[in-house]
Structure formats: C-alpha cells, structure tokens
Design a protein around this ligand. Structure first.
Ligand code: TYM
Length: 333
C-alpha cells in the first residue's frame, strides 16, 4: 500500500482551524486508504526556542489533538519525531546535497529570518526544510497531505530525492504534495488576505480548536469583511466573505453555491457569521472534550506514542540504511 506522512509543529497548545481544515481533515480521510504516518515534529518546534516544560506539554497536547480529530492509532502510526533518531541522521545527509542558495531561497526561512534578524536566527531554522525532507523520504512516502504554505518545502523534498537518486542510485520514492482545494489556505479573520497563522501578531484572526466556543464566536463576529453587503463568493474582491463561506462549507458539507443562495439579499453578513460560529462550535466542542479525556491519562498517551515510534523506526531504519550505503558510509557491523 502507498504511504502518507505528515506532521505539525508543537509550537502552541492549540491547533487553529487552518491546521484542522487544511491538513487534519485530509489525514483522517486518507488514513484508511494509505499506510499512514503522523508525526509530532518536536525537533522542528525547537527552532523557535520553547521552554522545556512548554515543549513537553505541547508535544503531548498536539498528539492528543491528532487523535481527537479522528486519527485512529490502531490504523495509523502516530509518533514523536525525536523518538526516531533516523530523522536527524538522514537530515545530515540531505544537508550535504542541498545548495546554500537553494536553502536560502525558502520563503518560510526568509520570513522568519526577516522577523528575527541575523542575531535571532539560529541555524536550525535554516536547515529546517532538509529535516522535513528527511521526515518524508524515510518512509518511502508517496503522498504528503499539507496546506498550501508547505508547497515549496515539498518541491525541495522532491528535488533532493531526485538529486540523490541521480547521484547515488535509486534510493528514495519521489513524494507528491496532496493539497486540498478550497481549504488549502484558510485566512486570518482580521486580515483575510493573509493565512491564519500560529505566529500572527493579531491572534484575533485565529480560530483555536481548544478555545471556548464563545471566544471563537466573538472573533467571528468581529471578522473583517467588506462594505458591499451582499454575500458572493469572490476571493479576490471579497476575501473575508470567501473565507467564511469556505469555512462553513468545509464544516457543514454544504456546497459554496448552496450557501451563497441561502445568504442572498441585503445584510446577511451577521447571519453568515452566526452560522459559521455554530458550525465551528459543533466540531470544536467534542474535539476539546476528547483532548481533555486523553490528557487525563498521559501514561496511555505515552504508550500510544511509544508504540508508534517503534513502528516508525522499523520502517525508517531500513530506508536510512539504504541511503547510508548508497553514499558510501561503511556498514557498522
Ligand atoms: P505547521 O505546524 O505550520 O502546520 C501544520 C499543517 O497545517 C497546515 N496549515 C494550514 N492549512 C490551511 N490554512 C492555513 N491557514 C494553514 N496553516 C497551516 C500546514 O500546511 C500543515 O499541513 N513544516 C510543517 C511541519 C512538518 C511537516 C513535515 C509536514 C515538518 N515535517 C513532514 C508534512 C511532512 C509545518 O510547519 O506545519
């Protein structure tokens, strides 16, 4: 069976609705048709310098959210990146076939380095995409379900795999990005031309999966729209309304066309916002309840993660051995 792998960074306690709709919904849909690996990428999160107790808590809470959103640990392999040392081992090899300029062109790196300045930018941020490529290539992954913002990292992963295969012989499977249609880029409620982002300055633009529903309802009520007062789906001219329609449609399963028809006429923005808030609450309330349940028994959660790491290693070790042998490292036994 073909494989999928994806991951999220445990940089915050709660996922936001973009993570959920852009990635997790597809993970859940795909987990039964693929041999699926879902990784909490704690080594990637270390690049932003979290306090140790924060990283520990967020790693567990992120894993709990994978499960609460519908990932079944008896069907999929759920694990923590740092539990599988092959990830950093392969990342080194990939670093050695990546051009400096190539890495310096990654837009996420440029954004982060721009915000932090040279002094605040660690080398881990620079080599981040090669660790991500290792995450993917270690599992002979065929498809990677992610949001639009990961497209460039996926392109680099494919380039590195092809380069490695050309230089050292056929070793890696070339993975495809699997990016959803309407939900690939959920926008900020406050700045609907920018993506919803954990690191955004204005957190009022983010709908957080673990917040109380009334917090999200309030954020939705003050969502930025436009003054034209008629609900139409026009992402260019009406990005705020288009975003609300996409969110509603993804959560309710109703088509965007049907929604546009429902909110036809003057002054329906308020009704649309109220209904989106209701849809968000419907998903969020059981999600949060399940997370709380899982966190109440951290030993069980840790057992699930240990089992996942064992399964992950059983695959990753073989692929790493192939790559080590291909580049000319001596066998260690
Ligand atoms: P991260 O943790 O930033 O985001 C997790 C997932 O959520 C998607 N996403 C969005 N989708 C739609 N709209 C949005 N506004 C939005 N914001 C985030 C992301 O595209 C992602 O799928 N580098 C990755 C983590 C990673 C990874 C990997 C992913 C590390 N190794 C291997 C796939 C495979 C990241 O920072 O995701």
């Amino acid at each position: 069976t073909p494989r999928i792998l994806s991951g999220m960074q445990p940089t915050h306690d709660s996922l936001h609705l973009g993570n959920y709709l852009g990635a997790q919904v597809n993970w859940v849909r795909m987990q039964r048709d693929f041999d699926a690996f879902f990784c909490v990428v704690d080594q990637h999160a270390l690049t932003v310098g979290p306090a140790p107790e924060e990283l520990r808590r967020r790693t567990r809470v992120t894993a709990a959210q994978y499960l609460a959103g519908g990932i079944d640990p008896d069907v999929s392999t759920v694990f923590v990146q740092s539990h599988v040392p092959e990830h950093s081992q392969l990342a080194w090899v990939l670093n050695c076939i990546t051009g400096y300029g190539e890495a310096a062109r990654m837009t996420q790196f440029k954004d982060k380095a721009g915000q932090r300045g040279a002094e605040g930018t660690n080398v881990g941020l620079f080599t981040y995409p090669m660790l991500m490529a290792a995450d993917i290539l270690l599992y002979d992954t065929t498809a990677v379900p992610v949001g639009e913002d990961q497209r460039q990292h996926l392109e680099l992963t494919r380039d590195l795999a092809q380069r490695f295969n050309a230089r050292y012989g056929d070793t890696f499977v070339i993975p495809e990005a699997h990016i959803p249609g309407e939900t690939a880029k959920i926008m900020s409620l406050q700045e609907p031309t920018a993506k919803m982002s954990k690191s955004a300055a204005n957190q009022n633009g983010n709908l957080m999966m673990l917040d109380e529903p009334k917090v999200n309802t309030k954020k939705l009520k003050s969502a930025v729209t436009d003054t034209d007062n008629s609900v139409r789906f026009d992402p260019e001219a009406k990005p705020g309304i288009a975003n609300l329609l996409r969110i509603h449609s993804a959560l309710s399963g109703e088509s965007i066309d049907a929604l546009v028809e429902r909110y036809a006429g003057e002054n329906k923005y308020g009704a649309l916002k109220t209904d989106v808030a209701e849809q968000v609450a419907l998903v969020q309330a059981p999600f949060k309840a399940r997370v709380d349940e899982l966190l109440a028994d951290p030993a069980e959660l840790d057992r699930i993660l240990a089992r996942g790491a064992e399964r992950a290693r059983s695959v990753a070790a073989g692929v790493l051995e192939r790559a080590y042998d291909a580049v000319g490292f001596l066998p260690s036994v």
